[in-house]
Structures are given as C-alpha cells and as structure tokens.
Design a protein. Structure first.
Length: 190
C-alpha cells in the first residue's frame, strides 16, 4: 500500500469524528511537506474502502456526513452492544433527556433559557451532558453577564444517526394528533 494511503488510514483511524478530505489534506501537507490534491486523497480513500470491504476485517471505512470514519461492520453490532452494555454508565435521566432535547432544538442556548423552558434548575443535567460529550460550550451570549451558550456535539449527531440538525424530527411530527384533553377547549382556558 502506498505511504500516503497509510497516513490517511492512520488519520481516519485516530480521529474521534468523521474526518473530511480538507482536514486530511491539511494534515498531510504539514506532515509530508508536499501539496495534496483532493482528487488524489479521494482515490486513496476509495482504495481503503475497498480494502476494508473484505471479510477478514470486522470494521469498514464509510462516508459519514462530509467526512470518513471507521465503523464496526453490522455483523458485529450485537457483540459490540454487549460490551457497551457491560461498560455503560447509567442511562440519561428524564431530566437530562429533556435538557438535551431543548438544547438540540433551540441551540445555541443559555442555561437560564433552558431553565425557563423546563421550569427547574438544570445544573446537574448540563454537567452530565457535558461529561458524556453530547453537548459543548459553544460561546458566550451578548446578554448582560455574557452567559455560556450550549450546543450539541458531533457525538450527539453520531449517536442519533443524523448528519445535520435539520434531520431532527419536527416537533409537530412527534406530538400526538388526537386531543386527549378532558372538557372543551373553552373550559380549559377559563
């Protein structure tokens, strides 16, 4: 295998998220001190994709979003799931899931805005989501005191199998259609 292909393989293998051709080119140019054409890098990536399609490998190189990443082949998902279940930390609490949903749909958002929507303090939930790297601090608001802004991470996208936030279900798609209220709308409002 060509030396450049080995460098590309090492880069993609060691990256924690999908790696774009542009990012690969920058790394290779700095390391090898030669200009890299995107077409050339894509050709090496195609060679690697073919290499890992062979049965002898438990993982494959796949295009994910606008980059490339090594993923375990589907035949081994159950085995990996057993490992992850053994090592899994406690699942996210309902409060953490609610906080994560608010951040996903309203990002970037401040902690006070999250608390206003939920009606309760969110310190613990935000801390757990930061620890699990599902959210990140994405900047500071221009509001007085310059509070932190929170956004979802690429790990959030990968975990939920989406490439962009526009793929999140629309709120109207996940709300029940039928009216489960007791009494008329007029009685409820008065």
């Amino acid at each position: 295998m060509h030396l450049i292909a080995l460098h590309i393989e090492a880069l993609i293998f060691s990256a924690q998220q999908a790696l774009s051709v542009e990012e690969i080119a920058i790394c290779l140019e700095k390391t090898l001190e030669i200009p890299m054409q995107h077409r050339q890098i894509e050709a090496y990536i195609e060679t690697l994709i073919e290499k890992y399609r062979q049965e002898q490998y438990a993982f494959e190189l796949v295009a994910l979003g606008n980059g490339y990443r090594f993923l375990t082949k589907q035949a081994y998902h159950a085995t990996i799931a057993n490992l992850l279940n053994q090592k899994a930390k406690r699942r996210l609490s309902t409060a953490a899931l609610e906080t994560l949903a608010i951040i996903a749909y309203k990002q970037p958002i401040t902690k006070s805005d999250i608390e206003h929507i939920r009606g309760v303090n969110c310190d613990y939930s935000i801390q757990k989501l930061l620890e699990k790297e599902l959210i990140e601090i994405s900047g500071r608001s221009e509001l007085p005191g310059r509070p932190l802004l929170y956004s979802t991470t690429q790990l959030f996208m990968d975990y939920f199998g989406i490439n962009q936030l526009s793929e999140l279900p629309k709120l109207k798609e996940i709300q029940p259609d039928d009216n489960n209220q007791i009494g008329s709308q007029e009685e409820i409002l008065n």
